[in-house]
Design a protein around this ligand. Structure first.
Ligand SMILES: [Zn+2]
Length: 97
C-alpha cells in the first residue's frame, strides 16, 4: 500500500502526518497529566502527612489526572494503530482517483 499509493498521494501523506502529529500530542498530554497527577498527589500527601499523620488518600485531582493520562495514552495508541492502515489498506478514495 505504501509504495503503490500513499507515497505518491498528497492527501494520504498529509492525513498520515496529521495523525502522527496527533498521536505524539496525545502522548505528550498523557505525560503532562501523569506529571501533574504525581505533583498534586505528592503535594497533598506531604501536606496531609504533616498535618494529619498517616492514613492518606490521593486527592480527587490526582485521579482525574491519572484518568486523563490513561485516556490520552490510549488515544495515542489508537492513532498509532490508525497510521498502520495507511501502509496496509487502500482507502476508498484510492479507487475513486
Ligand atoms: Zn490517497
Amino acid at each position: 500500500m505504501w509504495t503503490t499509493h500513499t507515497q505518491n498521494c498528497r492527501v494520504c501523506r498529509e492525513a498520515l502526518q496529521n495523525i502522527k502529529r496527533l498521536s505524539v500530542l496525545a502522548y505528550v498530554v498523557a505525560g503532562v497529566c501523569l506529571f501533574v497527577g504525581i505533583m498534586v498527589d505528592a503535594r497533598t500527601v506531604a501536606l496531609q502527612v504533616a498535618t494529619a499523620g498517616a492514613n492518606v488518600m490521593p486527592p480527587l485531582g490526582f485521579w482525574w489526572a491519572i484518568l486523563g493520562a490513561v485516556l490520552c495514552a490510549g488515544g495515542g495508541y489508537l492513532l498509532q494503530k490508525l497510521t498502520r492502515l495507511f501502509y496496509v489498506y487502500e482507502f476508498e478514495h484510492a479507487h475513486n482517483d
